[in-house]
Design a protein around this ligand. Structure first.
Ligand code: NDP
Ligand code: HEM
Length: 512
């Protein structure tokens, strides 16, 4: 027998309606001819309910599909940076700007377990008075590749093998061992910081070089850093397996729980600044995403603090529909020639139009808190109707439509050179900075790095491992030896890993 609410219950609660607003008389029983059916086609409410369910999913992000997010503020603590940029959000100490942060893992699908070793995304949307500024960064200051042609190839190796539909360590290490520019990022990924306990225990980095510009029309190159105030906390592989055995949603639980209980996570926001003259002198390409700028030469300048203090009310509307893009910059902040950044400027808005539709910027979570006046017009899901001046729907016009403001013009950027496809492996040193990082690690950290690498490489064909050990050798012979020893120990100790070896054999020799 189906349960209908009592009259007393109904008096306390809103009336259920169709999406057209008509009250629903019965939300328990299908409309049938006779007690045993069939169902009448005119039971529109039933079909509306089923049709909505069929349309509840949108494409997941092609990368960074699993994520966690919350809202908060950026607060200025020092105005030193105003020498370099006229961006209004930095204007005075104490000034607050609303923001949204979405954290993510790169490779896993939307249902992936949170405590997996992977790079973490760290996307910040600042809702400034001059429009939205997005920093779409990671918890690492560098990346695996330096040329955008290699991004889809790299991502292929992180996703599933076409035949086995399993992730393939062979593909990963084949690609990495053929891409020595990945060594810096690999050394971070397999160090302790490659598996943080929760988003609040990791740093964020803009990673690319960006630029600042000021009222004098001067441009400076800059990098963005968010340092955790909670301290770094990480899991070992064994601890993470145990956590995943208990819960696949440990990040959501930790982040949502902390904010719910008033333990608001905070980060200190720093920038590094480089002049054009310095950019011409440093012994590395400052626009190469596989490189950091050493702190001793380019000290961190404190700018402010960010905090997260409000959980989303509706995860889908506010986190899944959030659309971050490196193309979202505001006055005083701009791009750099970094080839990877240049490709990303185009790629993200394209991804959003595919995933969320052409009017994705008008969705409440993406909508700027600054006024928006464009001449964009119609299209699927034009769900807003703020036509404040219906006669000015083209430009130029004589009917007071929105016009440009030259005070927002960015200073000119001198660019010169010969157009050709430059070999991104030529003239770039791949070993010095990973060596500097490796030298920072204690003996215990180094030992864990070797073990983590060996566990990830287990079962990969010997010729690929030999090629990768050759790269580690160039960082330091002790690095390569550490991994070699750990590989020997891993081979002896963990028979369960043989499954992975078989899987990769099946992938490589389908007919065997
Ligand atoms: P510094 O000694 O001044 O800085 C070392 C940096 O390394 C700190 O930012 C520290 O972060 C970070 N760090 C410590 N352990 C790890 C780890 N396991 N994984 C990633 N980062 C870690 O040195 P330099 O500026 O000369 O850089 C030396 C090396 O440090 C670089 O080659 C790079 O690999 C790494 N690094 C450098 C950064 C930079 O912007 N210069 C940024 C991040 C890493 P924290 O302060 O949070 O402890
Ligand atoms: C997400 C492309 C490199 C950080 C994405 C998405 C695409 C993409 C298409 C999905 C966007 C969406 O559907 O919402 C690329 C390309 C790259 C590149 C083409 C290189 C050429 C990088 C780098 C970083 C990065 C270097 C970090 C420094 C992120 C983050 C997200 C993301 C954090 C998730 C954003 C969110 O939280 O919604 N990337 N990416 N990507 N990417 Fe990249």
């Amino acid at each position: 027998m189906s349960e209908h609410p009592t009259d007393a219950d109904r008096a306390k609660r809103p009336t259920l309606t169709t999406s057209a607003g008509a009250p629903v008389a019965d939300n328990q029983n299908a409309l049938t001819v006779g007690e045993r059916g069939p169902v009448l086609l005119q039971d529109y409410q039933l079909f509306e309910k089923l049709a909505h369910q069929n349309r509840e999913r949108i494409p997941e992000r092609v990368v960074h599909a699993k994520g966690w997010g919350a809202f908060g503020h950026f607060t200025v603590t020092s105005t030193e940076v105003t020498k370099y940029t006229n961006a209004k959000l930095f204007a005075e100490v104490g000034k607050k700007t609303d923001l949204l942060i979405r954290f993510s893992t790169v490779a896993g699908e939307q249902g992936a377990a949170d405590a997996e070793r992977d790079v973490r995304g760290f996307s910040v949307k600042f809702y400034t008075e001059d429009g939205n500024w997005d920093i779409v960064g990671n918890n690492t200051p560098v990346f695996f590749v330096r040329d955008p042609y290699k991004f889809p190839d790299f991502i292929r190796t992180q996703k599933r093998h076409p035949r086995t539909n399993l992730r393939s360590p062979t593909a990963m290490w084949d690609f990495w061992s053929l891409s020595p520019e990945s060594l810096h990022q690999l050394t971070i990924l397999f160090s302790d910081r490659g598996l943080p306990v929760a988003p609040q225990y990791m740093n964020g980095y803009g990673s690319h070089t960006f630029s600042f510009w000021n009222d004098a029309g001067e441009r400076y190159w800059c990098k963005f850093h968010f340092k955790t105030q909670q301290g770094h906390k990480h899991y070992s592989n064994a601890e993470a397996s145990e956590v995943i055995g208990r819960t696949r949603e440990s990040y959501q639980e930790e982040l949502f729980g902390a904010i719910h209980e008033g333990r608001f996570p905070k980060w200190t926001f720093f920038v590094q600044v480089m002049t054009q003259a310095q950019a011409e002198q440093v012994d590395f390409n400052p626009f190469d995403l596989t490189k950091v700028w050493p702190h001793k030469d380019f000290p961190l300048i404190e700018v402010g603090e960010i905090d997260l203090n409000r959980n989303p009310e509706n995860y889908f509307a506010e986190i899944e529909q959030a659309a971050f893009s490196p193309s979202n910059i505001v006055k005083g902040i701009s791009f750099s020639p970094d080839k990877m950044l240049q490709a990303r400027i185009w790629s993200y808005a394209d991804a959003h139009r595919h995933r969320l539709g052409a009017h994705y910027e008008a969705l409440p979570v993406n909508r700027p808190k600054a006024p928006v006046h464009t001449y964009h017009k119609d299209g699927l899901n034009r769900f807003f109707s703020d036509n404040d001046n219906p006669d000015a729907y083209y430009e130029p016009n004589s009917f007071n439509g929105p016009v440009e403001d030259p005070s927002y013009l960015e200073p000119p950027l001198k660019v010169e050179g010969v157009a050709r496809r430059y070999d991104h492996r030529e003239g770039n040193e791949d070993f010095k900075q990973p060596r500097a990082l490796w030298q920072l690690f204690s003996d215990a950290e180094k030992a864990r790095l070797y073990t983590n690498l060996a566990q990830a490489m287990h079962g990969v064909p010997d010729f690929i491992i030999a090629r990768q050990l050759g790269h580690f050798e160039k960082i330091d012979p002790a690095y390569a030896q550490g991994v070699r020893d750990a590989l020997a120990r891993t081979a002896k100790s963990d028979e369960t890993m043989e499954t992975q070896k078989d899987v990769d054999r099946m992938a490589l020799h389908p007919s065997a």
